[in-house]
Write a protein that binds this ligand. Sequence first.
Ligand SMILES: [Mg+2]
Length: 150
Amino acid sequence: MTTRQDKYDMIKKFGLNAVTGDSIREWAREKGFEEDVDELHEVVDCAVRLAHNGTTTDSSRRAHATIERLFTLAQVGLIISELGEFVEAVRKPGPDDKCPEHSGQKAELADTIIRILHLDNRIDGAPIDHVIADKMLVNEGRQHKHGKLA
Ligand SMILES: [Mg+2]
């Protein structure tokens, strides 16, 4: 009998990010979705070369960290944008205009997940499918509706 723990272990072994994570990051780079952030990092590196003979400083480390934080926020904006497109697909059901073999709702959910996996690939730590499995295991011990009304 397969237990939930077995299923969570399978998620970690064969999960979504294990299959798609690297290719989504590769796709995002090929499509130019990381050009802006790469250019900003290059500007900081150029300033470091000019002002400090290439020696990294606390201010350059902070600048790189700030760029990453702002890029993360931009990524969240794109995720929210895809969810807005999902809402519109609910309001106007039917096939997706760019991928007509799927409904607009499924296509927009897919776009949202692609954006989330791209963001996950840029954040340090375990792949998101490992975190999902761990969170689901933690949620096993939580109250009905996690102690809330909805
Ligand atoms: Mg979309």
